[in-house]
Design a binder for this molecule. Structure first.
Ligand code: PGA
Length: 250
């Protein structure tokens, strides 16, 4: 019912030339796959070129961030409208690096969600607790707040274009990953919150993907869990072979 989504978040990596090379390899490697939705989010500078390369293939294009206003005097910012114009179908919103390094609060993230959906794009809402919050047993409170605040004001219809990414901050880029059981516990909890916040059909239909040091050697265990509907992959999405293996989870 929920088609798995494997999404690559390239972060601040790859020149246009490097991006082109990686996408050329990846396209060939995964051309036969239609049971998994595959998305990559290169840096802004490579989007136009990669959109051309992905024409007619089974990999969709995403961006790593957007600004909530459509246009205007916002020097240095990029809107969901402009991302759509360049060929993006998806925007990653509220990544923990943006929350922490760029001080993005929940209400700003909610505005980005609304702008992305208004532009007709899919929004991946990232949420996750820090190690301190987990140790202080605040994890479920923090996740509830981030989830509900990020989704404030969205209709059940808009939710059809929302994906939730649970990314424990302590697992991102650290090589530490939540065990598949730990991740499943959180995903199941989040589905329950969605049920209370929106409705049951939406909770059952919404994909909740996991992120944080996802690698070829842990993807199978994660994907075997009932409530894990895919992965948001950072480091391992920068190598065609590793990303292909993740996409071909068993
Ligand atoms: P990682 O990053 O796979 O390198 O841990 C995941 C993410 O930040 O989305």
């Amino acid at each position: 019912m929920r088609k798995p989504l494997i999404a690559g978040n390239w972060k601040l990596n790859k020149t246009v030339t490097e991006a082109t090379e990686l996408v050329s390899k990846l396209k060939n490697a995964v051309a036969d796959i239609d049971t998994v939705e595959i998305m990559i989010a290169p840096p802004f500078t490579a989007l136009s070129r990669i959109a051309d390369l992905l024409q007619g293939c089974n990999i969709t294009l995403g961006a790593q961030n957007c600004y909530p206003e459509a246009c205007g005097a916002f020097t240095g910012e990029i809107s969901a409208e402009l991302l759509k114009d360049v060929g993006c179908q998806t925007v990653i919103i509220g990544h923990s690096e943006r929350r922490q390094l760029f001080n993005e609060p929940d209400n700003f993230i909610n505005r980005k969600m609304k702008a992305t959906l208004k532009a007709g794009l899919t929004a991946i809402l990232c949420i996750g607790e820090t190690l301190q919050e987990r140790e202080d047993e605040l994890m479920f409170d923090v996740l509830t707040t981030q989830l509900q605040a990020g989704l404030t004001g969205l209709t059940a219809e808009q939710m059809q274009k929302v994906v939730i990414a649970y990314e424990p901050v302590w697992a991102i880029g650290t090589g530490k990953t939540a065990s598949s059981d730990e991740a499943q516990e959180v995903h199941s909890f989040l589905r329950g919150i969605l049920q209370g916040t929106v409705d049951q059909p939406t909770a059952l239909a919404t994909r909740i993907i996991y992120g944080g040091s996802v690698k070829p050697d842990n993807i199978d265990g994660l994907m075997a869990q009932n409530d894990i509907d895919g992965a948001l992959v950072g480091g391992a999405s920068l190598k065609a072979g590793e990303f292909e293996r993740i996409i071909r989870f068993q």
